[in-house]
Design a protein around this ligand. Structure first.
Ligand code: MHF
Ligand code: KIV
Ligand code: MG
Length: 267
């Protein structure tokens, strides 16, 4: 496909059974590379606060942070659908704040959809944003902005009662108008049940193989995040060694007078 992907293309993939691939990106060069590889969707995640800015969790991330990174991503004009996370405190206070902040991410950032965390208790918010024609992706299960309520990043829905509530959350966000839903940190059988029950695509992270698509944090698949190594991450490359080797070689060559050569210089 040579044109840009839309939410319709993403939703069609659930029907055809083609897996939906999603990665986070926070800047221009990473976006260019993963888009050339054919990624379906790019998530400008609030995980930027952890993997880029060095915070311990996602709570300090602001709308301005998300705007800055969303602009860097959309400047790469990816074919992938660009979805931006609504950060903590940008949609929890009231519907007016939620609408303005979602609108800014689209209008000033160039995002094509927004994502927010929560189930049945955020359906009014999902509906309010969807009503202004901004596609909304929901996010249930292990919701990182709820770290203090959960008492850490813990797998959710292990007990049947909790699992039932998560299934109800999934149905509620679909009913409220979400075009897709992220399932994070839940047992694989529950993710399979939710995926079978919903007509919108499910995108899993730490939710097993039965989801319609998968998402991971780009720094995690490259071995660039020392802070967290959840069991659900698979490292597909070692960018840390790549960077470290290049930096070490540069230092060594400058110290020895081997760089720059005449070829790197001007007469
Ligand atoms: N680099 C990075 N990758 C992520 O996926 C990510 C972030 N940062 N920051 C925000 C949240 C935090 N995430 C995390 C972080 C750690 C675990 C973790 O260690 N989970 C345990 C399970 C613990 C339990 O249920 O008892 C694990 O072993 O995977 C899970 C999700 C996901 N998100
Ligand atoms: C990992 C995904 C789902 C996310 O919300 C993020 O990167 O912030
Ligand atoms: Mg997030």
């Amino acid at each position: 496909m040579n044109r840009a992907k839309t939410i319709l293309d993403i939703q069609k993939m659930k029907a055809t059974g083609e897996k939906i691939t999603v990665l986070t990106s926070y800047d221009y060069p990473f976006t260019r590379i993963m888009d050339e590889c054919g990624i379906d969707m790019i998530l400008v995640g609030d995980s930027v606060g952890v993997v880029f800015a060095g915070h311990d969790n996602t709570l300090p991330v602001t709308v301005d942070d998300m705007l800055y990174h969303t602009r860097a991503v959309t400047r790469a004009r990816p074919k992938a659908l660009v979805v931006t996370d609504m950060p903590f405190l940008s949609y929890q206070t009231d519907l007016r704040d939620a609408r303005i902040n979602a609108g800014r991410l689209v209008k000033e950032g160039g995002a094509e959809a927004v994502k927010l965390e929560g189930g049945a208790h955020v359906t009014d918010t999902i509906r309010a944003i969807a009503d202004m024609d901004i596609p909304v992706m929901a996010h249930i299960g292990l919701t990182p902005q709820s770290i203090h309520r959960m008492g850490g990043y813990k797998v959710q829905g292990k007990k049947e009662e909790q699992a039932q509530r998560l299934l109800e959350d999934a149905l509620a966000v679909q009913e409220a108008g979400a075009f897709a839903v992220v399932l994070e940190g839940i047992p694989l059988t529950l993710a399979g049940r939710i995926t079978a029950e919903l007509s919108i695509p499910t995108i899993g992270i730490g939710a097993g193989p039965h989801c319609d698509g998968q998402v991971l944090v780009i720094h995690d698949i490259l071995g660039l995040c020392e802070k967290y190594s959840p069991k659900f991450v698979k490292r597909y490359g070692d960018a840390r060694t790549l960077i470290s080797d290049a930096v070490a070689s540069y230092i060594s060559e400058v110290k020895k007078g081997e760089f720059p050569t005449e070829g790197h210089s001007f007469n």
